[in-house]
Design a protein around this ligand. Sequence first.
Ligand code: PLI
Length: 466
Amino acid sequence: MITITFRKDNKSWAEPYKIKVVEPIKMTSRPEREAAIAEAGYNTFLLRSADVYIDLLTDSGTSAMSDNQWAGMMLGDEAYAGSRNFYNLRDAVEQYYSYRYMVPTHQGRGAEHILSRILVKPGDFVPGNMYFTTTRLHQELAGGTFVDVIVDEAHDPDALHPFKGDVDLDKLETLVQKVGAKRIPYVCIATCVNMAGGQPISMGNLKALRQWCDKHGILIVHDMTRVAENAFFIKEREPGYQDRSIASIVHELCALTDLATMSAKKDAMVNIGGFLAMNDPKLYEKACELVVVYEGLHTYGGMAGRDMEALARGIVESIEYEHIRARIGQVHYLAQKLMEAEVPIVKPVGGHAVFLDAKRLLSHLPQEQFPAQALAAALYLESGVRSMERGIVSAGRDKETGKHHAPKLELVRLTIPRRVYTQAHMDVTAEAVIAVHQQARKVKGLRFTYEPEMLRFFQARFEPVA
Ligand code: PLI
């Protein structure tokens, strides 16, 4: 089953919360947006948020916290060492995610940095179910080489595979034969793979991977940034899981892995924070040594006490069924409207975002003219809706050849922040995308005027190709 029917018994559904605080947003005029996007070098990361109407740049750190999380903020114990909020967070990580040890970090990439320094040596290979920008960069900075071992279907926006986040074990076997297991410190597994379109990995595949890794003495690192969303798809699609709670599926997923990096700014609904978690006391010792160098003392890492408390509470909320159903329901509501209008999007629809297929939508532009970047800029111009490029610009350059990585997926991500927008905002967004789709031929390609060396998509600047 690929599509999810959120309307059950022909009844409407609604978000499982009511709104207590509002933040006004304002629509700008087209001339204002023309000036803003030119000023931003046609990069939506460089827009001021005040110039944005509906902000679908990312679901990272943009969630609305609950009253319970805000109440927890007032209980922040801002001690330098041994804050009580650290222990609450540590207990939540062990209870819900199974990992026995945890060091807090300022966000996900802080955890990736420490992990890569501990486990990756120069000349190593790190296989993963598709790359993520910061994850791959930290592997490379530690001297490693990322190897993509996701199933082929993940690179095809139309392939209706229910678990496009699955690992292709044959690709792993080929790698081991080529380089040897000793040069593979771990396999990096993301749940609900971001760059593939928010696509889940199945429990069956992760179990098979566990067996394979045990056979070769290789660890599994879990990028658990969107683990609850993955659990929802397992409950919907994988035989044997229909009657299981999201909490128990999340726990089972985590327990199949050895270590985890977490950007808590996504699933766990805090505005800042993350952690590195593991079961091995020796690795924990090493993580404690490094966290004090790069983040902060091991009982706060890069986080304030109040933020650790909000995170401990957010973890509990993130695995409630009604929450996750509505969260993914909102994404699918938007996707449904776009599919009805025949806008090309990645299918099946994922967990955190709708991904527009810029290759098809702007088929008149070659990939070297950055169709997804151009589409994100055009959507902003049309409507004030901010989205993000996830294509050739995000993929960066090959560290050996210096050439662009040219990913098969050239996408624009409409990322839905958790508990922030209503279905009416989704309606407005759908209308804006459909309007751009109807005049797609008018959208011009772009070229770099400034290209940073690392993670170029964040700060690159462009101009339209004449
Ligand atoms: O942004 P950080 O440093 O808290 O986390 C990095 C990170 C790691 N893994 C995955 C799967 C991510 O999605 C991720 C960050 N994602 C961002 C910022 C996003 O907009 O998707």
